[in-house]
Design a protein around this ligand. Structure first.
Ligand SMILES: CCCCCCCCCCC/C=C/C(=O)SCCNC(=O)CCNC(=O)[C@H](O)C(C)(C)COP(=O)(O)OP(=O)(O)OC[C@H]1O[C@@H](n2cnc3c(N)ncnc32)[C@H](O)[C@@H]1OP(=O)(O)O
Length: 358
């Protein structure tokens, strides 16, 4: 006998209680089966290539063809049960939990003239990255790695590139702090892995200040173009934190140990011009012509044959990959401990109570 409506509803609740992020492929499958089970065969127009996430969702649903609603419901229930053998002891608000597919507008993905752009879009909060945004960025990167674009670009909306991790993420957690720190460490590792393994040229268009994790992962980009308004700031020690995004390896390699120490350990903020002199930034542009000049250049680069660019990148990066994964794993292991430390609690508390502005 097929799954009942009650089984289906239970399965939907179980998805919300998943302890670990099931991954983008599983989320797409869940989405498609859910839509098929509730609405029947895909009945909406195919989204344009400008929205690669909607397109991925549409493709997954459309691929189910004329599968009957009851069969989709049954498949959904079975698939959920394969994902969640035990729904007990879950943190409802932990990273990765309660997520299905990106719905928020905090990350905007567009594809135009062979360029997929992933934009941080939370300007009123200086594009600080929420737990949901980490998940959506991973999803967007996975889609971008497979779409028809030749280059992928990160940029920010408003006056900031990004102020890094949203420090209120720490207040949204429930349950055992150590367990949440463990889950966060897993999420962070996966997030940084997405940058290490990204197969196409990855470019940052740094429109304003870049802080914390938004600055550190720049060491994993293939080119970084910055407005002269941009600054680069990793105030980790003040927050009781330690470097991530592989910066403990990439920054000393790029700028030398002394300059990397000033940034990563002493929290020195550097200008775009300094970052360019130290090799973190490829080129700096005057802010008033920044967008025009950078996009004209990127559109020209994006016309290059995609395979040549992809394979060229692979040659430049492949010898480093193993090291980078090991560094990422170690940085995340250390951060897992830092997040539950008194120094970190005090650092976050200072920001939240605005006693200290970094
Ligand atoms: C158990 C652990 C679970 C955690 C799971 C996370 C997993 C991944 C962790 C990865 C590690 C990453 C580390 C980092 O990125 S460290 C860097 C963090 N960023 C900061 O420290 C910046 C903090 N912000 C500031 O110092 C200032 O806001 C800033 C200099 C950016 C701007 O100052 P300004 O005076 O111009 O503007 P406001 O302060 O008034 O800001 C406007 C509003 O934006 C909010 N805001 C800005 N940045 C952040 C932020 N990073 N987190 C949360 N909110 C931020 C600010 O509060 C204002 O909001 P309101 O208008 O509502 O007050």
């Amino acid at each position: 006998m097929g799954a009942s409506q009650k089984d289906f509803e239970n399965a939907m609740n179980q998805v919300k209680l998943l302890k670990e992020d099931p991954g983008n492929d599983a989320k797409l499958k869940l989405y498609a089966l859910y839509k098929q089970a509730t609405e029947g065969p895909c009945n909406v127009p195919e989204p344009g290539v400008l929205n690669s996430i909607s397109k991925a969702k549409w493709d997954a649903w459309n691929a189910l063809g004329s599968l009957p609603k009851e069969a989709a419901r049954q498949d959904y229930v079975e698939f959920v049960s394969s994902l969640s053998p035990s729904p007990k002891s879950c943190s409802l608000e932990g990273p990765g939990a309660n997520r299905s597919l990106p719905e928020s507008e905090d990350i905007v993905v567009t594809t135009e003239e062979n360029i997929t752009t992933i934009m941080f879009n939370r300007p009123t909060k200086k594009n600080a990255l929420t737990n949901e945004m980490y998940q959506d960025i991973m999803l967007a990167m996975k889609a971008a790695s497979k779409d028809n674009s030749t280059i992928t670009v990160f940029t920010g909306s408003g006056d900031y590139y990004s102020s890094g991790n949203d420090l209120t993420n720490f207040m949204k957690i429930s349950g055992d702090l150590k367990q949440v720190a463990k889950e966060s460490s897993i999420t962070l590792r996966k997030f940084v892995d997405s940058f290490i393994d990204f197969p196409k040229p990855l470019v940052a268009v740094v429109n304003g200040p870049a802080m914390g994790i938004a600055a550190t992962v720049l060491g994993l980009f293939d080119a970084v173009y910055a407005s002269n308004r941009a600054t680069f700031h990793t105030p980790f020690s003040g927050l009781g934190l330690t470097p991530e995004g592989c910066s403990s390896y990439t920054f000393p390699k790029i700028m030398g140990r002394a300059k990397a120490t000033e940034m990563l350990i002493f929290g020195k903020k550097i200008t775009a011009t300094e970052a360019c002199a130290q090799g973190l930034v490829t080129e700096v542009f005057p802010d008033d012509s920044f967008q025009k000049e950078v996009w004209a250049r990127l559109k020209a680069y994006a016309k290059n044959p995609p395979n040549a660019m992809r394979i060229g990148k692979q040659l430049i990066r492949s010898t480093e990959k193993e090291n980078l994964h090991a560094v990422n794993a170690e940085e995340c292991r250390v951060l897992q401990e830092r997040w539950v430390s008194e120094e970190c609690m005090n650092g976050i508390q200072n920001f939240l109570s605005r006693k200290a502005k970094l």
